[in-house]
Design a protein around this ligand. Sequence first.
Ligand code: FAD
Length: 329
Amino acid sequence: MVDILVIGEHTRGLLDSTTKELLGAAQRLDGKIGVAILTDEVLDKSAEESIALGADEVFVIQDPMLKRSAVEAHVTALEQLCNHINPNSILLGKTIVGSDLGPRLAFRLDTGMAQDCIGVSQISSSSEIVATRPVYGGNALATIAFAGNGPHVVVIRNGTYAPPGNNADNIGRVTLFKAQLDPAELKVRQLQTVEKPRTGIRLEEARAIVCGGRGLGGPEPFEQLSELATLLRGAVGASRAACDAGWIDHIYQIGLTGKTVAPDLYLAIGVSGASQHMAGCTGSKNIVAINSDAAANIFHEARFGVVGDWRKILTSFIETVRELNEQHN
Ligand code: FAD
């Protein structure tokens, strides 16, 4: 049986990066690691991948009712699995699926849950865990301890942990678990899936993000930001003010009410650095800011910064990156 259960997410037969990161988090805790893979299709490569990334056991729950959108069926299947294997802790990613499943699963298991965590660790010499999460818009960190017995549910932000190394020689077990699901339980019926055409790298997976704020003054500069993002092999993001102004779609919004990212490089251009914005990007390894106001909050968070008008800086910055790229190719 396993001590830590990672709730896996997968797309087109492969593990999502968030699940790989959760396996990185699980390896820092003591105990056997399990991964739950729920699918409405035949078993794909994600079980194999999980073992190569350090899972001791993969529980595959296959049922036509387990469509990605059928959250009620997922909760019931996971509740049955958890009651069967009784893990100490359950890790989910802060994705649309994980943020929805986590509280529902904790409720069903009558246990505690910590949402939006940036760390999970074990209290020494015990199986109890504590989680760390930003509070007050990212201005403080809270340490969450759990009352009572587990399993304790922890939802972890993407980008918090590095995925473990992949080792095809790892040995693990794949167990098929049959869940008892009742179609009457499904309150939501999925009629159709429409995939938004994907251009470039997903914001959550980008190692470099070029983020534009209200200081850009309009939608057109986002084309320049996109050019720079392409040169950096990254993605474009935006502050809520830029999205609210209609300059760019809200799917690019970073912050408390947008996406949470943790790239190696976060380039903030014309972004003031309000706490609600920083709540979505403080996990970035290097924040670089261009802002005309030397007193802007973003400079408190930035590792490097340029005080000035982005219009006078960005073109030569892009040219320099292009030249450096050419030198290295
Ligand atoms: P501003 O605060 O207007 O800053 C623009 C910056 O551009 C300024 O610092 C200015 O000096 C600089 N600038 C202007 N002209 C130039 C120039 N030519 N060259 C260089 N710099 C220039 N915000 C988010 O981003 N994400 C969220 O998820 C989010 N959630 C929120 C949730 C709640 C409940 C609330 C209350 C607010 C939320 N906000 C969020 C809004 C947040 O408080 C800020 O209003 C917002 O982040 C400001 O965006 P901004 O930095 O682009 O704009």
